[in-house]
Design a protein around this ligand. Structure first.
Ligand code: SAM
Length: 375
């Protein structure tokens, strides 16, 4: 990876978070080159890519939130880390009651993945959803009438204007750059990366006093050799997401651990994982740009931004938002039509299989769902 080699040449080494950022999003990086979630030809399977059921349940959740907010005329859903748009597609196909008010904003950092969103979603210009800036509008005192949605737009970053609605992110936080620290005899060290991109090696450098204090507070009983992540990018993202929602909620789905200290007690190779072509990849320093690098999210670092109002396992959250009912519908349909074997019967059977995958306690079902409500 030229971009990584160049940075190492200029600095001597890069911090682990810089390495992750370049390996995933730099020129030639894994996501920059279009890697990501999906079925055949992709690298890993996420809940929206399992099938439409996840999006159908999310659509129910969106309807409940829209109702809680008093059914605003414009209800903005910002999906961060939207990939190729599979969740948006399923939400729209479920035809939620809020459809007319729905302004769906896909936020995706990878230009290659953003380019794929238009293949199956009809995208509008951003001003259709976010509006012309009212500040410079001659009719500032007369709000423009809301046109009937749904409208979908695609952006490379979070909107800069406050919204009434929901910011939602599935498996985004585990993909944001993180620092890696190691407890040493004397104190804490920072893991840096050096060498050439085909033969990278770690460099352990003593941390500054502030970082050492933060590490000691997060993992006070760490023993020599234990490693912990510092997930400042995830915390910053959450802060920005909360700031843009004036009324509504921020919802994140991810694999997560309650505390940084509990991650420290486990081998770091268990919670820093790599994926490629639907399998586990090599060590994090191998094949930069050609494999995904992910980290389990430490919930205690996120709560620095505020405690979530909802913290459930994905299986529980899906149940709380109507999955059981959808599943019963699917089972009845399948039992009634199995003999016919038509498309409706196959769709019903697929719904049952999807529910099993989404609630698997050893897989996606164990993911955590955290919700922050505003106000
Ligand atoms: C693991 S994928 C999940 C994709 C999709 N949400 C899904 O569940 O299938 C993470 C996605 O987040 C994107 N991403 C990473 N950082 C981002 C950021 N700061 N803003 C928007 N998207 C980002 C990546 O490019 C990637 O497409």
């Amino acid at each position: 990876m030229e971009a990584l080699d160049e940075r190492i040449d200029r600095q001597g080494s890069v911090r682990f978070d810089e390495f992750v950022d370049l390996a995933l999003y730099g020129s030639g990086g894994f996501y920059a080159s279009g890697g990501g979630a999906g079925r055949s030809g992709a690298d890993f399977l996420t809940s929206p890519e399992v099938g439409p059921l996840f999006g159908t349940v999310v659509a129910r959740y969106l309807d409940a939130t829209w109702a809680r907010l008093g059914r605003p005329e414009e209800f903005v859903v910002v999906e961060a880390g939207a990939g190729r748009g599979a969740l948006a597609l399923a939400v729209l196909a479920a035809e939620p009651a809020c459809s007319g008010a729905l302004r769906y904003v896909l936020v995706e950092r990878s230009p290659a993945l953003r380019a794929r969103q238009g293949e199956h979603l009809s995208l509008a210009e951003p001003f259709v959803v976010l509006g012309a800036s009212r500040e410079h509008d001659d009719v500032a005192d007369e709000p423009l009438p809301a046109a009937a949605g749904p409208f979908v737009v695609s952006l490379p970053d979070l909107p800069a204007e406050p919204v009434t609605g929901v910011v939602i992110a599935n498996e985004l936080l585990d993909n944001l750059a993180f620092r890696l620290l190691e407890r040493t005899d004397s104190d804490w060290s920072e893991v840096r990366v050096t060498g050439r991109s085909d033969s990278l090696v770690e460099l352990l450098v003593p941390t500054d006093a502030t970082t050492a204090e933060r590490a000691a507070a997060l993992a006070p009983d760490a023993t020599v050799g234990e490693r912990i992540p510092l997930q400042d990018s995830a915390v910053d993202w959450l802060r920005s997401a909360r700031e843009i929602v004036d009324r509504g909620a921020v919802v994140v789905f991810d694999y997560a651990s309650s505390t940084t200290a509990s991650l420290g007690r486990r081998p770091w190779g268990e919670w820093v994982r790599t994926y490629v072509a639907h399998g586990r990849g090599g060590t994090p320093l191998e094949w930069p740009g050609r494999q995904d690098v992910t980290v389990e999210v430490a919930v205690d670092q996120l709560v620095a931004v505020g405690a979530p109002q909802v913290d459930l396992a994905q299986a529980e959250w899906l149940d709380a938002n109507g999955m059981a009912e959808l599943l019963d519908e699917g089972r009845r349909e399948w039992e009634g039509r199995a003999g016919v074997g038509d498309l409706a019967a196959l769709r019903a059977r697929s719904r049952v299989a999807e529910a099993e995958a989404l609630t698997d306690p050893t897989g996606l079902g164990a993911f955590r769902v955290l919700e922050w409500h505003q106000p």
